[in-house]
Ligand binder design. Structure first.
Ligand code: HMG
Length: 387
């Protein structure tokens, strides 16, 4: 039996900044951001959105009434959790009106957790082939104003439905994974912004990719010619290109050109939203599905998942015949068309207005066009609404 991704959906809030504006405001050459980092725009998250609302907004378009009655496992991957104890998945279950006899769990391992969630979902469906599992990966990438990491911020959520006989992509059982305890990127529980050793994190990412790819080749006997495309965790899109370039010499010139063209398709959307942390790899997969012009059923896609701290996984998936019909129609095009561009001072003000501290407050949910919004804090309880 094949198990994998049957539906996929994306959400990011309706504000962004242009990377040329940010570069000029930070006295940088715009080409450093556009080419050297590989980002053209960055999602800005208003106070009325958080990991929970973004996940709900991403999941809503792929849920039917029957799903709400039948789903019994929701896996919520995030490193932007809103509570040290209560799971974000419990909020999600109520907001999405999913029946009470469901298991709900939040999982964390930096940007890697979404992949673990998918593999747990795959295992569950293999044991229970009539079941579906909702996996969401939702995050806000925050480094701080005027920091080295600022150009790699962003945010959004990806929701995926894992089922038997998936119509988008199977999850093959060829996973290679590894963990090494390093301090490349972390966020202490008292901090709202990540700490990062930027250059070191780039190096660890690439070492993990090369090591896992080597191991994958040895264990499976497959090589670079077995793949139609490689998609990467994209903290910024140049990072994936650096990864891919490490293995390209294993292919002849034609295969190199094909893989580079697929990589361009897989980073188009990530360039406009920035880092989603645990959702980034799956936004890149969605970008490939949306923009590649020659994917066909049976194509093997290699997926590299990396989460600082650090844990990595490489595995493959097989594209299914109906993948195009399964994408939410016009979803990203509409999101992009409706986004409002902020000036850099407006972005800085919004960045600092994020819900912080314990004081009661009311937020203007009606000003946010999203279906699910955060409307404030009352007695230290987040107030979520469907509008
Ligand atoms: P930086 O020091 O500002 O940038 O930091 P740089 O000086 O290294 O330049 C970046 C690139 O731009 C270089 O290219 C330059 O040559 C080029 P590269 O050598 O890397 O190929 N450049 C130009 N190109 C064209 N025209 C120009 C020009 N000027 C320079 N005029 C850094 C960049 C990414 C380190 C920083 O932004 C940062 O610390 N970001 C956050 C950390 C990060 O994203 N790490 C990625 C790996 S770790 C990971 O993926 C996990 C993560 O998602 C977290 C999680 O798991 O939860 C982060």
């Amino acid at each position: 039996m094949q198990v994998g991704i049957d539906q996929i959906s994306f959400f990011s809030p309706n504000y962004y900044i242009d990377m040329v504006d940010l570069a000029l405001a930070r006295d940088q050459d715009p080409n450093k951001y556009l080419v050297g980092i590989g980002q053209s725009q960055q999602a800005v998250i208003p106070p009325t959105q958080d990991a929970v609302t973004m996940a709900a907004n991403a999941a809503e378009p792929i849920l039917t009434d029957l799903d709400r009655q039948q789903l019994d496992l929701i896996i919520f991957a995030t490193e932007s959790g809103v509570d040290h104890s209560k799971s974000a998945a419990a909020y999600l279950q109520r907001l999405l009106n999913i029946q009470p006899f469901a298991r709900t769990i939040e999982i964390k391992q930096a940007c890697y957790a979404g992949t673990y969630g998918l593999m747990q979902a795959r295992d569950y469906v293999e044991l229970n082939p009539t079941k579906k599992v909702l996996v969401v990966a939702s995050d806000i990438a925050r480094y701080g104003l005027r920091t080295g990491g600022e150009v790699t911020q962003g945010g959004g959520a990806v929701a995926m439905m894992v089922t038997a006989n998936p119509r988008i992509m199977t999850l093959e059982r060829d996973n290679q994974f590894m963990t090494k305890e390093v301090m490349d990127f972390w966020r202490p529980t008292y901090a709202t912004e990540a700490r990062v050793d930027g250059k070191f994190s780039n190096n660890v990412y690439q070492e993990f990719f090369v090591e896992l790819w080597e191991r994958y080749r040895k264990v499976t006997g497959k090589d670079i010619n077995d793949f139609k495309a490689f998609v990467f965790h994209l903290p910024y899109t140049k990072m994936g290109l650096k990864g891919l370039r490490q293995i390209l010499p294993e292919a002849d010139a034609d295969q190199q050109a094909r893989l580079l063209a697929q990589f361009e398709a897989s980073r188009l959307d990530n360039k406009k939203f920035g880092n989603l942390y645990t959702g980034s790899l799956y936004l890149s997969l969605l970008s490939l599905l949306r923009h590649s012009t020659d994917l066909v059923a049976g194509d093997r896609i290699g997926l590299f998942s990396y989460g600082s701290g650090a844990e990595g996984e490489f595995y493959s998936g097989i594209i299914q015949a109906d993948y195009q019909q399964m994408l939410v129609p016009n979803q990203l095009d509409d999101l992009l068309a409706e986004r409002i561009k902020l000036s850099i001072p407006e972005y800085e003000a919004m960045f600092q207005a994020t819900l912080n501290g314990a004081a009661d407050r009311q937020l203007d949910g009606a000003a946010d066009p999203a279906l699910y919004v955060l409307t404030g804090l009352q007695q230290e309880q987040r107030q979520y609404e469907k509008q």
